[in-house]
Design a protein around this ligand. Sequence first.
Ligand SMILES: [Zn+2]
Length: 344
Amino acid sequence: MIEFNADYFDGRSAERRAVRVRASDTHLHVSGQTVQVAHRIDETSVDTPLARLHRVLTLPDGTELHTADNAAIDALFGHRLPIATGLARLESLWSRALIALAVLGVCIWMLMVYGVPLLARPLAALVPVTVEQSLGRQALASLDGSLCKPSTLEAHELEHLRTLLGRVLVGLDQPQAITLEARNCKGIGPNAFALPGGTVLVTDALAHLGMSDETLSAVFAHEVGHIQRQHAMRMAVQTSLGALLVGTVMGDAASITSLAYTLPTVLLNSGYSRTMETEADEFAYERLREVGLSPSALGDALEALMRAHEKGEDSARQPSERWSDYLSSHPAVEERIRRARGGD
Ligand SMILES: [Zn+2]
C-alpha cells in the first residue's frame, strides 16, 4: 500500500491541515485531526511537478492535497500521468535536440568546407574593383608596417621587372590594372604575391636571385593568374563568409566586425588553396605560351625558389614558411615542377 504525508487544503481557506494519505486500489483515504475523507483515485487529478517542490493533487470535490513525496505520487499516478509521458517526451526532445545539434554541426562544417569556397567565386566577382583595390592597399600597408621596408632596388631594376610583367600582360583582357610593387621584406625571402586589386608584390630578394627574364616572367604569369582568377578576393570572401557563418551561429558579432581589420593579414598568412595554386599554374602555362615563352619556365622558377628557401638563413625560414606562396606545397612543389616541364 502506498502512503504519504500531505497538507490538506479545503479550497475555502488558506488553512493547512497535516494529513496522512493511504491509497487503496481505488481510493485515496485522507485522515487527519479534522479531516476524514476518501476519494476515487481515478477522479483525482495531479499537477505537473516541474517548477514546484510540492505536488498538488486535486480531489474530486475541489479540495487539494499538497505533498513533497514525489516518489509516492509517481508510484500512484505514474502510469497515467500526462507529465510522465511529458517527461519521456522531454527526454526524447533532448536527444532529438542533441541529434539536431550534431546534424547542424556537420552541415556547418560541410558548408564551410564545400559551400563557402563554391560561393566565394561568384561573390568575389560581385565585389566592386574599388573595394578590392582598397583591400589590396590595406594588405600592403599592413606589410609595410610589419615585415617589409621600402625596396632597395635601383630604378632601372624596378623598371626592368615592370617591363617583364608588361610582356606577360600583352593581349590579356584585364578587368583591373595590374601593377608591380617591390619591397625589401627580409623575413619573407625571395617571393612574389598577388594582392587583391591587381598588385603583384615582389621582394627584393626575388629580384636578386639571378633568375633569367623568362623565369621571372613565369613567376609573374603565375601571380597574374591569381589576380585574374580573383584568388585573393575569393580568400577574403571565404574568410568573411566563414566568420560570418560562425559568428551568426554562435551569435558572436564581434568576430564579424573585427574581421574587417584583420582581413589582409589573414589573407596573406593563410596562403592560397591547392586548387587556386593549380589554377594559377595552369593560367601561367597558357599565358606563357601565348606570349611566346615556354611553360617549363614556371618549373625553373619553382625550382629556383625552392632551392633558395632550402638554403635560406634560419631567420628567414620560419616566416617564409608562413608567407610563402610558391613553397606552401599546394600542390607539392616537385609535382608542380614536373607538370610545368611535362606540359611544355
Ligand atoms: Zn601561387
